[in-house]
Design a protein around this ligand. Structure first.
Ligand code: URA
Length: 206
């Protein structure tokens, strides 16, 4: 498994406001979108391309277009905040959905919804902004693998060492892209320093 923590001044700048407890949901959504654009840019750096000839107003030139099929899979509900901008950047991508709910008392994740397009021959970009214990990510990845997924990349805004370690052991071929690797989980499985509950901060719920 590969962990890529984005080293980017703009990503760091955006993350400060995302963490700030006074940031309102509308601004939080905008920041999540911008950070996702950076994560998507990194995660698609090595996608397969082919040469094409394009006619500019002045002459022909060679360019590259994507040939690798991409499936975007947001983990409900927080991952939804990462979908629109991902589709804007990769409009040809297919979309699947995985719904994961975490039992607040036990912190164990269970799946309540799964709807996936064909995955064979595609790169799957799993969108889950908070990689905490890794329970929901692991359950989502298991569903993707069962459905025939090939290479999977996980895009998270913030990751915790425990989640990274768990996924490292379980999925040697996984690549994780994160804007930050935080210190630890607290006794309620929140990432520290983190940014609180991502879904609640997105939608103003408590
Ligand atoms: N999910 C969140 O939204 N926040 C955390 O800190 C951990 C999991």
């Amino acid at each position: 498994m590969t962990l890529r923590v984005i080293s980017h001044s703009l990503a760091e700048h955006l993350l400060v406001s995302l963490r700030d407890q006074t940031t309102a949901p509308c601004e939080f959504r905008r920041l999540a979108r911008s950070l996702t654009a950076i994560l998507i840019t990194e995660a698609t750096r090595q996608l397969e391309v082919k040469d094409v000839i394009v006619r500019t107003p002045l002459e022909n030139t060679v360019g590259h277009i994507l040939t690798e099929k991409v499936v975007l899979v947001p983990v409900l509900r927080a991952g939804l905040s990462m979908l629109d901008i991902s589709l804007e950047l990769i409009p040809g991508a297919s979309v699947g959905y995985v719904g994961m709910e975490r039992d607040e008392a036990t912190a164990v994740a269970h799946s309540y919804y799964c709807k996936l397009p064909p995955l064979q021959g595609s790169r799957v970009l799993l969108l889950d902004p908070m990689l905490a214990s890794g329970g929901s990510a692991a359950a989502a990845i298991d569903q993707l693998v069962t459905a025939g997924a090939g290479p999977i990349s996980l895009l998270s805004v913030v990751a915790a060492p425990q989640g990274v370690e768990r996924l490292t052991k379980a999925y040697p071929n996984l690549t994780i892209y994160a804007a930050a690797l935080d210190r630890e989980l607290n006794d309620r499985s929140f990432i520290m320093p983190g940014l609180g509950d991502f879904g609640d901060r997105l939608y103003g719920t408590v």
